[in-house]
Write a protein of this length. Structure first.
Lengths: 615, 373
């Protein structure tokens, strides 16, 4: 107890230390993920249709911008209204119906599935579905986990509706069970198939077939609207005839947004960018664009006319020659000047009193990994240092991943590496002993070769592994069929400590004993067998233990360079490449235990064959 | 003086080989290819071997190396596999040189022998061994016409060293200064502090030491990809590998050096009423230096290998010797691989040598440096 308690305590301390360490290494990565806009969720802000199709004076919308404008069919309605928070009150009864209907949706087999009867892609983009007069909201949350063909646990955040796999609706109990905040499917979905869960009133089930699924059985007529009254967002910025800079309500605009719709009154602004007809070669000063008006930008910076360039119809003369391969563009209508602040620059200042509005634009709404660094740390696809309990949780599945018959099974891999290491150790030990005996017998040989033995260890053997495999392959020896390549590579590293240790041991003979042997006229062979070898045994075993670690490293390195899918080295590389850090740690622990086990094996061998070496 | 029999046999074989075919390119005999001077060289070797004197043995070495070198050079101009005539001559001359070295280093030096002779005995073998390696290497490659893409010869490697020397030097800067040296110093510092802490704490000695020893058996290479994940693929992760491989030997040896002290010395200092820091500075620290240097020399060699393995396993920006080797090997440029290996070995030998010199300076008093009886 007194012996093991400190070890246990220190071990626990080290394991506990892994927790802050995991955060120390993981949080910067998590923060980087959070700040990387490409990894943010995108949200399309759409002018939402009116909630209630019945004509009343009090209107509400699924989404209400702070400052809005009533539109229908892309036209501004000049109805008078007052906006009070989320409700819009018309001062007069609406002149036209709020919604013009397009078609009725027919039930499609299952109770809450309805069909448009044609592909969703052929419908109007701004599709709105009403049950009775009530607007239905669309939405499905994709699973946080990706379906890899094996996974059966999925989580969807706060979504609670039906679970959809590809174009299929799952039924609770038969196809899945609830498990805390997530679900466990009875059957793993195929690799790459989409797993979703409804978080609103309905979701598109099969876009090609034009089917949608409702979260609850719709009570009433299911109709789609051809157009509906919408409350579009009014961009902020004074329309005084001078100002050209306008801001969206939501920020972090997605710059290359194909669906952005910006209007000045009833005129849609074009989102397109024109490229110059000439190459930007760093010398040319005059460039020709398609149109003869618009904002000219260099590398996403708007230039100001007269100050930076002069325009003559479609040809633009830059005062400063644009650098080679600079990004030259002309935006005929508007240009996203500051995506982070949600600001756009119009080519022409709108006339006083006109309104600048948008019915659809896309923003980066929030980091997809979570809202705090800690959440993002949990969501990292691979934490550099995993929490210890994650490693523990992975142990059983990892061992069960492949059946014993498969050569990728961990136990088989461990055995393969063990044999490789032992072969390397045997070869390295033999070479080491022979060299050591030669060195002791022939002093000059030692003087000549020892520097080169040391130098040999400075050669990075891993670099020679491909060459060695090639050369051995010429003789028909491949790493697929033979342990010899592994043994040679391991032996190359392992023989060094054996030589050094054994030479020291063979020389550590008591001079008195040597004299005694001499006086009995012992032959050199007798001296070796009776005196030098016993004296060297403890040194030999100690150095062999050092060699074991080296041989293991050699075997692992050789396995990483081979492609025979066998051994721990191959496994480590494979798990690194597929990013299973916890599995890498398990493999490291296994190889560490293997190393410790082999050292212990040598130790017991020593106790059996040379018990005098132990104090 | 007895003749040097092995050298006599070697000279005989060298002469015999002259009458065999030289290369597979044509049926010309070796004599016709190499010319009469070669006959004289062989005869000279025979005479020297039979005379067997110390000076003669000394001349045998350059004679043998010269013979092997000239035969090899001739074969390289032929551009064909060597035939038995070539092989006999080549190996015979190498044997001749080897016998010369053997005789010089094995002869019992008489008390009357000059210091020059003694010094020569010590110096000759280590100086000439590399020539043997280089000759055998090139001899095999040229003799079997091994293509450069499989195993480059000495000449290919030399050319590669010349043509890509600049790049290799830049790579060495990254590998050795940025990665190895930085990691080494950091690992040494951390290891020393930890070692001192362990040496002064019985609890840590009991708890940490067995674990640290066990860590020695953990293959650090496997950790490289994990560190790459943690520190990024640039040089920092490779330096981290060096820190770890340096840390454990330093800790183990520091603890040993600080604690394995003759009790008598401790008692003496106690009798002089030495303060604890005096005991540390005057006894424990000097006592630990030999152990520490052992660890450092070991770590110097391992860290270079580990860093190159790490560069293999953490592909980052294409700089550093390991990356160079990995990239060159992938496109079959093994001459550059070998050149990079030579550069890396040379630098680590220098590194090792510097540590040895420093060790000799700082621990000259230690038993291991005393003259052997």
């Amino acid at each position: 107890m007194r012996r093991f308690l400190p070890i246990l305590l220190v071990q626990t301390a080290i394991i506990l230390l892994l927790y802050p360490l995991a955060l120390l290494f993981g949080l910067p990565l998590a923060r980087r993920d959070m700040q990387d806009l490409r990894k943010w969720e995108k949200e399309t802000i759409v002018a939402a249709p009116v909630n209630n199709a019945e004509a009343t004076n009090e209107l509400s919308f699924a989404r209400t911008p702070q400052n809005g404008i009533l539109i229908k069919d892309g036209q501004v309605l000049n109805w008078e209204y007052q906006q009070n928070g989320d409700t819009v009150s018309l001062t007069q009864a609406p002149a036209t119906p709020l919604v013009s209907w397009s078609q009725r949706l027919e039930p499609a087999g299952q109770p809450n599935i309805y069909s448009f009867g044609k592909s969703i892609a052929k419908l109007d983009y701004n599709r709105a579905v009403y049950v009775g007069n009530k607007l239905m909201l669309e939405g499905a949350t994709p699973a946080k986990e990706r379906s890899d063909g094996e996974r059966r646990n999925f989580s969807f955040g706060k979504a609670t509706g039906p679970v959809l796999v590809a174009n299929r609706v799952l039924s609770e109990g038969r196809d899945y069970q609830l498990d805390g905040r997530g679900v466990v499917l009875s059957q793993a979905p195929a690799f790459g198939s989409s797993v979703r869960r409804l978080n609103a009133d309905y979701a598109v089930l099969d876009a090609n077939a034009g089917t949608i699924i409702f979260a609850e059985l719709p009570r009433g007529e299911v109709r789609a609207a051809a157009s509906a009254l919408r409350f579009a967002e009014l961009l902020s910025g004074p329309t005084d005839g001078q100002n050209r800079l306008f801001a969206f309500e939501h920020t972090n605009l997605v710059q290359s947004d194909n669906n952005r719709q910006v209007f000045v009154d009833n005129n849609a602004l074009s989102d397109k960018a024109e490229r110059p007809q000439e190459r930007v070669d760093g010398q040319r000063q005059v460039f020709t664009f398609e149109g003869s008006k618009g904002i000219v930008t260099v590398d996403d910076k708007a230039l100001s006319a007269e100050q930076d360039y002069r325009r003559d119809g479609p040809s633009v003369t830059f005062i400063r020659v644009p650098a080679r391969n600079a990004k030259l563009r002309q935006y005929p209508d508007f240009f996203v000047a500051d995506p982070a602040q949600g600001k756009i620059l119009l080519a022409q200042a709108p006339t006083p009193g006109s309104s600048v509005w948008s019915s659809r634009y896309t923003v980066y709404s929030q980091p997809s990994c979570g809202s705090t660094a800690l959440e993002c740390f949990y969501a990292l696809p691979q934490q550099p240092v995993p929490f210890p309990h994650w490693i523990v949780a992975r142990i059983l599945p990892f061992f069960q991943k492949f059946p014993l018959g498969d050569e990728r099974n961990v136990i088989r891999a461990t055995l393969y590496t063990t044999f490789g290491t032992l072969a390397a150790l045997a070869l390295g030990g033999a070479i080491g002993i022979v060299l050591a005996v030669l060195f002791v017998l022939l002093r000059p040989l030692e003087r000549a070769l020892l520097p080169w033995v040391i130098a040999s260890q400075t050669v990075p053997i891993i670099a020679l592994v491909p060459v060695l495999l090639l050369v051995l392959g010429n003789f028909g020896i491949t790493i697929q069929t033979s342990l010899l390549p592994t043994a040679i590579i391991g032996a190359y590293i392992a023989f060094f400590p054996v030589v050094v240790g054994t030479v020291k041991g063979l020389r550590s003979v008591d001079p008195l004993a040597l004299d005694l042997m001499k006086s009995y006229a012992a032959t050199p062979l007798q001296v070796f067998i009776k005196l030098r070898f016993p004296a060297a045994a403890p040194f030999f075993f100690t150095s062999l233990k050092l060699g074991t670690a080296a041989a293991l490293v050699g075997a692992l390195v050789a396995e990483t360079e081979s492609n025979n899918r066998r051994g721990l080295g191959f496994q480590i590389l494979g798990q690194v490449q597929s990013g299973n850090v916890a599995d890498v740690w398990i493999l490291l622990i296994i190889s560490g235990l293997l190393g410790i086990g082999l050292v212990a094996l040598i130790g017991s061998l020593e106790r059996l064959s040379a018990p005098w070496g132990r104090r | 003086m007895k003749p040097i029999w092995t050298a006599v046999i070697a000279a005989g074989l060298a002469l015999l080989g002259l009458f065999g075919p030289f290369s597979t390119a044509n049926t010309d005999s070796a004599l016709a290819k190499l010319g009469t001077p070669f006959l004289l060289l062989g005869l000279a070797g025979l005479v020297l071997a039979i005379s067997g004197r110390f000076r003669a043995a000394m001349l045998l070495v350059p004679t043998g190396l010269l013979g092997a070198f000239l035969a090899l050079q001739k074969l390289m101009t032929q551009g064909a596999d060597g035939a038995w005539g070539y092989w006999t001559i080549f190996w015979a001359y190498l044997l001749m040189a080897m016998s010369g070295i053997g005789r010089i280093s094995l002869s019992e030096s008489s008390p009357a022998a000059s210091t020059f002779e003694k010094r020569l005995k010590g110096l000759l073998p280590p100086v000439f061994i590399p020539f043997f390696f280089l000759l055998i290497w090139q001899g095999l490659v040229s003799g079997y016409q091994v293509p450069k893409g499989i195993f480059p010869g000495v000449n290919d490697t030399w050319t590669a060293l010349g043509s890509s020397g600049r790049v290799l030097l830049q790579d060495s800067y990254v590998t050795f200064i940025k990665e190895v040296l930085f990691g080494f110093v950091l690992g040494l510092g951390a290891g020393l502090l930890t070692g001192i802490a362990i040496a002064y704490s019985i609890f840590l000695q009991r708890g940490f030491l067995p674990l640290a020893a066990a860590f020695g058996a953990v293959p650090i290479v496997g950790l490289a990809p994990v560190l790459g994940r943690a520190f990024g693929v640039d040089w920092e992760s490779k330096a981290a590998v060096v820190v770890i491989v340096t840390f454990f030997p330093v800790v183990l040896n520091t603890v040993q050096g600080l604690t394995l002290i003759e009790p008598l010395k401790l008692e003496l200092l106690k009798a002089y009423a030495a303060k604890p820091w005096e005991v540390f500075l005057k006894l424990r620290l000097p006592n630990s230096l030999p152990y520490l240097f052992n660890a450092l020399k070991l770590a110097a060699v391992i860290s270079v290998i580990s860093v190159i393995v790490a560069e293999f396993l953490i592909p980052g920006p294409p700089e550093g010797l390991g990356q160079r080797i990995s990239l060159s090997a992938r496109r079959g440029a093994y001459d550059i691989v070998f050149a990079a290996i030579i550069v890396s070995s040379t630098i680590s030998i220098v590194f090792y040598g510097l540590l040895s010199v420093l060790e000799r300076r700082l621990t000259a008093w230690h038993a291991s440096f005393r003259e052997e009886p």
